[in-house]
Design a protein around this ligand. Structure first.
Ligand SMILES: NC(=O)c1ccc[n+]([C@@H]2O[C@H](COP(=O)([O-])OP(=O)(O)OC[C@H]3O[C@@H](n4cnc5c(N)ncnc54)[C@H](OP(=O)(O)O)[C@@H]3O)[C@@H](O)[C@H]2O)c1
Length: 329
């Protein structure tokens, strides 16, 4: 495993972080059970992952807590989140503090390393900064968490407006943001600011659902070509991103997706979510491999850097996930 420093927090973190939400929720949304989810966490820790990202709405804090029993507390960086604006409703500071207290209980720890406000929309930022953050910073003084973070709502904030305001504000030590091969504007828009202010970054959406499924890539290319947003030839092949896979290049689409984001200046931790042990291992291997060849990166830039909002949401609800109330990613 490679380790890096999470911005100005000074925390030493693995460059691969286990996402405990997303479509898999450690496998709980894809047919797994508590024991297999705990097994995924232990396998990740055994491979050197030391950052776990969960959230109250994921419904995985309890599993993370059980997995952490017996693990020395200083060996793992625990990040979790509270909702703050959900379904248009603004949560009161008391409700957010209650969520923090519940996270501590579920996780079975005395102090959370990174406590994040989840999916904050641009229009809600003033409320979060002026009404919620001051109350939370008092909870931080009481030792309930070490660093405050904030996460963007990528599909609803394509120009990163919320984080562009939050990053210079000084109270957010960590930002969770979206970036991937077909969602590239984070590079010019946001990373210069996070680097300047030394805000630690947790990267979501490297693969999401789009790069885990070749059929979804092909379908997306057909839609984009029909809208005149990508060249026609990308719609006329069943494997439009096949040019990335070659000797000396990526070994698979997910390998390309993880290597693409990992080496971007400004990316500290690449989050990946899985309920599958083989995926866990191969994802970590990909995150540890060298960058994609420069020619491939240039081609991705040329073809896709103008796109916005591609591949950020699931095509349709996954039945097992939709049935589970903890399925919010
Ligand atoms: N703050 C927010 O609003 C927010 C939103 C979304 C996500 N997140 C965070 O980011 C983490 C990552 O979530 P994400 O939405 O980016 O997506 P993700 O959970 O990483 O999704 C990856 C998808 O691809 C599959 N997959 C993973 N590795 C694969 C491989 N090697 N080959 C084929 N399929 C593979 C996974 O299913 P398998 O189980 O089959 O591997 C899963 O369905 C989350 O767990 C969460 O911590 C935060």
């Amino acid at each position: 495993m490679d380790y890096t420093t999470l911005g100005r927090t000074g925390l030493r973190v693995s460059v691969a972080g286990l996402g405990c939400g997303g479509f898999s929720r450690l496998g709980l949304s894809t047919g797994g059970n508590e024991a297999s989810a705990i097994g995924i966490i232990h396998a990740a820790l055994d491979l050197g992952v030391n950052l776990l990202d969960t959230a109250a709405p994921y419904g995985t804090e309890g599993v993370v807590g059980k997995a952490l029993k017996g693990v020395p507390r200083d060996k793992v960086v625990v990040a979790t989140k509270s909702s703050v604006i959900r379904g248009g409703e603004r949560w009161t500071p008391e409700r957010v503090v209650a969520s923090l207290d519940n996270s501590l209980r579920e996780l079975g720890i005395d102090c959370i390393d990174v406590f994040q406000l989840h999916a904050v929309p641009p229009a809600g930022y003033d409320y979060v900064r002026d009404t919620i953050a001051p109350v939370l910073l008092k909870q931080k003084e009481r030792g309930k968490f070490r660093f405050l973070g904030i996460t963007e709502t990528a599909p609803n904030d394509l120009e990163h407006q919320m984080l562009l305001r939050a990053v210079p504000d000084g109270m957010w030590d960590v930002a969770m943001l979206a970036f991937h091969m077909m969602n590239q504007n984070t590079r010019e828009k946001l990373f210069p600011a996070t680097l300047q202010h030394r805000v630690g970054t947790l990267l979501m959406f490297a693969v999401r659902s789009i790069f885990a499924r070749a059929d979804r890539v092909a379908e997306t290319m057909r839609e984009l070509a029909a809208a005149g947003k990508v060249p026609r030839w990308l719609a006329d092949t069943p494997d439009p991103l096949g040019f990335l896979i070659h000797p000396g290049g990526a070994t698979s689409l997910t390998d390309a997706a993880y290597r693409y984001v990992r080496h971007e200046p400004g990316v500290d931790v690449v989050l990946f979510g899985t309920g599958d042990r083989a995926h866990l291992r191969s994802n970590i291997e990909s995150i540890l491999r060298p960058p994609l060849p420069e020619a491939d990166r240039n081609r991705l830039k040329e073809l896709f850097s103008h796109l916005r909002g591609v591949g950020l949401i699931a095509p349709s609800p996954q039945p097992s996930a939709a049935a589970n109330k903890g399925a919010t990613s």
